[in-house]
Write a protein that binds this ligand. Structure first.
Ligand SMILES: [Zn+2]
Length: 185
């Protein structure tokens, strides 16, 4: 049977600070304060792997064996800004659930699955946007009054109701009305 050499992965913590140069050839400055070691960001020199033209003087808490570190600020800069923005879909809501959806580029989808052989053969799906009906001030006030009246009624019911499940149901109705009320405003 072949013997497998298992590398020991356990990290032995040393009590003393080990000053060694990093693989990039630099020996980064560090100091110890209250038994905690701090090291300067690797962007404090221009030869670091992540250097992007801006020298950094941030200190980071490190272990005694650390040979180099990148501060949180420079780490955050590593991620390109564009990648942080979630790409907005150019397809309408629920397109993947539609029996047939034809994208504006002519791609046909059946329940979200692309049908390449049908591309360009069908009419593009037009999604009609629901237009919000604008209420007049008077109508709004009327709606609000109506909701408030219903809420008052439910609140009185809720006070009297001793059965927990019913009281809970009334409460959820009240909460729904509260949400409706916000929508009217
Ligand atoms: Zn930095």
């Amino acid at each position: 049977m072949a013997r497998i050499n298992l590398k020991k992965t356990t990290h032995k913590k040393t009590k003393d600070v080990v000053i060694k140069s990093a693989k990039d050839g630099n020996t980064y400055k560090s100091y110890v304060e209250d038994k905690q070691r701090y090291m300067i960001c690797q962007n404090s020199v221009e030869t670091g792997n992540y250097f992007k033209g801006h020298l950094c003087g941030n200190w980071t808490k490190v272990s005694n064996e650390t040979v180099k570190t990148l501060c949180w600020k420079c780490t955050a800069h590593l991620v390109p800004f564009e990648e942080k923005i979630v790409k907005k879909s150019d397809k309408p809501r629920g397109w993947a659930f539609m029996k047939e959806y034809v994208h504006k580029d002519g791609t046909v989808y059946h329940k979200g699955i692309e049908q390449p052989e049908l591309k360009g053969t069908l009419e593009i799906t037009v999604i009609e946007k629901k237009e919000k009906v604008k209420l007049t001030k008077g109508q709004k006030a009327e709606q609000q009054q109506d909701i408030l009246r219903q809420m008052g009624k439910l609140k009185r019911q809720h006070k009297k109701e001793t059965r927990k499940t019913y009281a809970g149901k009334i409460m959820s109705q009240i909460k729904k009305l509260q949400r409706d009320l916000k929508k009217v405003r």
